[in-house]
Design a protein around this ligand. Structure first.
Ligand SMILES: [Zn+2]
Length: 429
């Protein structure tokens, strides 16, 4: 191992306690959608203190609604703050880099299912517990402290770097899109989402929509003359399950997903309806999440989903005359495959990460196709920036007792620091 390499890795070790306290403080902010502001100000202040030029702005729908990749939202964007800190190189001899992470976390669900309050992070047996610790505040902290480790040995990247902390990853990706709209570009992007120190080479796309149903409200004693809007959802959901089965047949699978039994998952994530136990419900609304393959056309997929719902409604005497209404909100996200880049930078970025990972772990870098989406698609599809997703091992993300492996986070921070040294080159401070 070269002298510089071991110096960088030792510097990460030296700062690691500080990194863990930073992560713990960051996890303490309950940065669910709409509540990211205080966490973002904490990140922005930290980066400002470190001397970065720091850009903080509110994402505005009208700035991005016309752009490819935009996902529709219900409601406004109050407090949707994005943060981008810029490192300016003096020599600019290396390749530039975006280090991206998202600040938003998903809701915690019923508190009684957690062993400890989700926003009171604690460490136990090599893990840090807390909502967002894994997905993906550990990654955000790794980005920041990888650069910190270089500074610790008197070095800085020999190219421009943009540290991005974005909102909205968990529901639209409009935070990352707003960074593109604001003009941030680089030769590669790195996103330390928690995929267990493996490189994501493909990700699926995601579509969210709501189905609204109207029934006929009567007293339950005359139920025969009414129409139950909640029960009307049942045949529609079962038709969507048939479509899901069809999209998961071998013939329809994307080649990168052939090895997976069931890559595209339908989820009925929310349902509400009715007003009173003794009234036949007049209304029902359910939320659907469906996935699509990389390269699957979103408009065609939407048309298939709509045909499925309207087709099932036609079979029903009441629904055929009272059509369900479909409302899109949240994810309209295409899939993305890293290998679709036919630019040399993509191969070089992957090789640089492979080498960094091998140095730190001693193992070859594994890659995988994931059945989730990430913000990588914006850089990859709409700016032709190869986007590498590579982050620590975490468990129960989106579940109860979410936790991130602290040794894994340390290794990822070392890999990122070595990746920066290889990709951007280094210059003295
Ligand atoms: Zn995430």
């Amino acid at each position: 191992m070269g002298n510089l390499t071991s110096q960088i890795m030792t510097a990460v070790d030296k700062l690691y306690d500080e990194q863990v306290s930073f992560l713990s403080e960051l996890t303490r902010y309950p940065s669910t959608r709409g509540n990211e502001q205080s966490a973002q100000m904490f990140v922005a202040d930290h980066l400002k203190d470190r001397g970065y030029e720091t850009d903080v702005w509110n994402v505005e729908i009208e700035d991005i609604a016309h752009l490819p990749g935009f996902s529709p939202v219900l409601g406004d964007y109050e407090n949707a703050l994005n943060v981008v800190a810029t490192h300016k190189s003096r020599s600019s001899t290396g390749k530039s880099l975006i280090l991206n992470g998202h600040i938003d976390v998903v809701p915690v669900g019923p508190l009684e299912m957690w062993n400890a309050p989700p926003f009171e992070p604690y460490c136990d047996d090599g893990w840090m517990y807390g909502r967002g610790a894994g997905d993906m505040k550990a990654g955000l902290a790794a980005n920041i402290f990888a650069l910190e480790a270089l500074r610790e040995i008197g070095m800085q990247p020999a190219s421009d770097i943009y540290i991005q902390s974005v909102v909205e990853e968990e529901c639209t990706g409009n935070g990352a899109l707003a960074c593109l709209q604001r003009g941030y570009r680089a030769d590669a992007a790195l996103i330390p989402e928690p995929f267990s120190e493996r490189l994501v080479h493909a990700q699926i796309g995601v579509i969210w929509f709501q189905v609204h149903l109207k029934g006929i409200p009567v007293h339950v004693s005359e139920a025969g003359s009414g129409y139950n809007a909640i029960e009307a959802s049942i045949p529609l959901i079962s038709a969507l399950r048939d479509l899901e089965r069809n999209w998961n047949t071998q013939e329809r699978k994307h080649p990168l997903y052939h090895h997976l039994d069931h890559p595209l998952n339908l989820n009925i994530g929310r349902i509400e309806g009715g007003d009173w136990p003794s009234s036949v419900p007049a209304w029902c609304c359910f939320d659907v999440r469906m996935a699509v393959y990389p390269g699957q056309d979103l408009d065609a997929a939407r048309a298939e989903l709509e045909d499925c719902i309207y087709g099932a409604a036609k079979q029903d005497p009441f629904l055929s005359k009272n059509q369900p209404e479909i409302v899109y909100h949240g994810f309209l996200a295409e899939g993305y495959a890293l290998m679709d880049h036919d630019i040399p930078d993509a191969g070089q970025a992957i090789a640089t990460l492979e080498s960094a990972h091998k140095t730190v772990t001693g193992d070859a870098l594994e890659s995988l196709a994931v059945t989730a989406t990430t913000d990588a698609r914006f850089f990859g599809l709409y700016a032709n920036i190869p986007a590498l997703v590579y982050g620590p091992h975490a468990e129960a993300i989106h579940g109860f007792n979410e936790r991130v492996d602290l040794e894994s986070t340390r290794r990822v921070t070392q890999s990122i620091a070595l990746f920066i040294a290889g990709w951007c080159g280094l210059e003295e401070i």
